[in-house]
Design a protein around this ligand. Sequence first.
Ligand code: DC
Length: 234
Amino acid sequence: MTHRRDLVITIDGPAGAGKGTVATLLARRLGYRLLDTGATYRAAALSVMRAGIAVDDVPALGRHLGQIDIRVVDGRVFLDGRDVSGEIRSQEISQLTSRLSAVRVVREKVTPIQRQEAAGGGVVLEGRDTGTVVCPDADVKFYLTATLDARACRRFDELVAQGSAVTLDAVRAEVAARDAQDANRELAPLRRALDAIEVDTTALNPAEVVDTMAQVVEQRRAERRAIVTACESR
Ligand code: DC
């Protein structure tokens, strides 16, 4: 019997909880790959938008999604062979992605791509359902939270840094709308897995959050090493 030595780590939580930043830092610190699952939904949404398909036209969505190719390579997202990592970050795509990600055919397209990426371990996944649906047997699960105000401020800073002309009120409303959509949908709603460790990031900086997470991961790695050694020495 072989034992996977590198862990699968999931980080879920609402928009603006700091998942993207801390997942990047944690993956770098551990030497693991990073899988931003939201980016794969965003790539699907970009493709649907370009094709001009309505969110509620499920048969057309199904046909379209059956023909497109989404891949993640070295943290970049490719749609039909083209790197779309930049284009998928607009406000328009954020909103459309949130709506589309509630549609079954969309999740059925994207979830297997994510599972394939996670197979083999040595990966940090971040998203909404990575610990509940994509990798329910992950080795370490985190759930990040923060107040709506803190999350709206972070998202606002991000958009301003990208050159977007937005107001804090508009961003706060957008974050709240996405929270409601992501948490209240029927399929794979945003929720904490029972075995996920919750970290409230409101008053913490990314380095503090990553330190907390890295300690948990190190402990799990040590436990894993002990189990593997015990099994191999039998
Ligand atoms: O993390 P993000 O903002 O890039 O995610 C964009 C949208 O994708 C978000 O509104 C919800 C959806 N999403 C999802 O349903 N499941 C995931 N695992 C990741 C993202």
